[in-house]
Design a binder for this molecule. Structure first.
Ligand SMILES: [Zn+2]
Length: 235
């Protein structure tokens, strides 16, 4: 029985190491995912700004067109001045020129407002682009580091799995599956040491008769409280 317990203890050590490696990998994957999500968020903001910028630029260019048309209109009306015959006509034309100039000033104000909005958005967009470049660099560098770590841990995993297989080969299937069931249900501890009659898996005291049987070492003992497979350190 000692021999089987020793195999199980070795197996547990390897399994615990494998669990640690998997946990560590998951942590790295989550870290990379977080960086990717942050990058995606900034990218989305930059895309939105870019769309807004385009719309503003389009509006601004429409106002520029209007301004040109208004300038033409002013010139056209002013061109009529030399041909004017009557005072009444003269007043009417001057009024028309005045209105056209007012409209032109209004359009210029609108253009100035758009230009201001465009330059503000542009600054915001440039800032996002800078951030995006920085986070992309950071993310690429971290990815390269993590890939190296993964390659190394993959090697370790392979070696440990080989060890695991060779240990498992020498254990009866029923015992192996019992061990695996407890290992996954009991937080990666299926084989527990007993010290002074207490199971160190759950810290509960074993019945004295069972403790005696465990000391005799003739049959496999499970903790009556946590079901873990028990061993005592041989003096
Ligand atoms: Zn126990």
């Amino acid at each position: 029985m000692h021999e089987k317990m020793n195999l199980l203890r070795e197996l547990q050590e390897v399994d615990q190491e494998l669990v640690l490696i998997v946990t560590e990998r998951t942590r790295y994957e989550e870290e990379l995912q977080e960086i990717g999500e942050e990058r995606e968020k900034i990218q989305q903001m930059a895309d939105e700004l870019s769309t807004q910028l385009e719309a503003l630029k389009k509006e601004e260019s429409q106002f520029q067109q209007e301004l040109l048309a208004e300038k033409d209109q002013i010139e056209k009306v002013e061109g009529r001045l030399p041909e004017i015959q009557t005072q009444k006509e003269y007043v009417a034309v001057l009024k028309e020129i005045d209105m056209a100039k007012k409209a032109s000033i209004e359009t210029q104000t609108k253009i100035a407002e758009k230009d201001k909005a465009i330059s503000e958005l542009q600054a915001d967009f440039d800032e996002k682009q800078t951030k995006l470049a920085a986070i992309t660099e950071k993310s690429d560098a971290r990815k390269a580091e993590v890939n190296k770590i993964f390659a190394a841990s993959e090697k370790t995993c392979k070696a440990r799995r080989a060890t695991r297989d060779s240990l498992a080969k020498d254990l009866p299937n029923s015992l192996l599956s019992k061990y695996q069931r407890i290992f996954s249900r009991r937080g990666g501890l299926a084989v527990a040491r007993v010290v002074e009659g207490a199971c160190l898996g759950c810290n509960m005291q074993l019945p004295p008769q069972q403790y005696n049987r465990l000391q005799r070492g003739t049959e496999l003992q499970s903790c009556p409280h946590c079901n873990r497979l028990l061993y005592i350190e041989q003096a």
